[in-house]
Design a protein around this ligand. Structure first.
Ligand SMILES: Cc1cc2nc3c(=O)[nH]c(=O)nc-3n(C[C@H](O)[C@H](O)[C@H](O)COP(=O)(O)O)c2cc1C
Length: 172
């Protein structure tokens, strides 16, 4: 598989656009993996990306404890952000509504897991932009980062905020 390393600055706009519904996006796919080696993929619509005095750019994602992904991120503190094309919108919707506890979402959607360069979770062959990340800080609530509606949920149900360094950015 041809994979070209690119500067994060080249893809940050596409990543933001696809993450954010206000910019016309439908969500980005986040892959994770358990210590048993089984990968999972979920859709995220909340993300902050940029350069915050780190050597590497930073990606910040928010995942609810109810998600299977949350358990996997506890086990292996790495993830890959995969920017989908419009052609796989159905798969993105499935990964955003069904859980890896109940389905092998790669099998169900036909998305193809491929080895990442620097982290254990796979990248997705059908996604032309992949951002490989390693978590350096997990922030449990109360963190006041999300909306007032989110903060009405019991604390234990509110999202964990993951701060991760971007180890590598690739186009395929
Ligand atoms: C467009 C879209 C964006 C979403 N964004 C998030 C998000 O940022 N954080 C989150 O915890 N769940 C988000 N979800 C919901 C999860 O993707 C959903 O709960 C998923 O089934 C979790 O999968 P898992 O249990 O396999 O981890 C989003 C769903 C959609 C459709």
């Amino acid at each position: 598989m041809l994979r070209q390393e690119v500067d994060f600055a080249e893809i940050i706009e596409a990543l933001y656009r696809q993450t954010n519904s206000d910019l016309g996006g439908h969500g980005v796919l986040l892959t994770s993996i358990g210590t048993d080696g089984r990968p999972n993929v979920m859709t995220i619509g909340w993300g902050l990306y940029g350069w915050f005095y780190h050597q590497h750019p930073v990606a910040v994602a928010a995942v609810r404890p109810a998600c299977h992904t949350h358990k996997l991120l506890d086990e292996v503190g790495e993830f890959v952000l995969c920017v989908p094309t419009d052609g796989i919108a159905d798969a993105v919707a499935f990964c955003g509504s069904e859980s890896g506890r109940d389905y092998d979402k790669f099998k169900e959607t036909g998305l193809t897991p491929v080895a990442s360069a620097l982290v254990k979770p796979p990248s997705i062959a059908e996604c032309p932009i992949r951002v490989e990340c390693r978590i350096y800080h997990r922030q449990r609530p109360p963190h006041y980062i999300l909306t007032p509606e989110h903060r009405e949920m019991p604390l234990e149900q509110q999202h964990t905020i993951y701060f991760a360094e971007v180890l590598g950015t690739y186009r395929a």
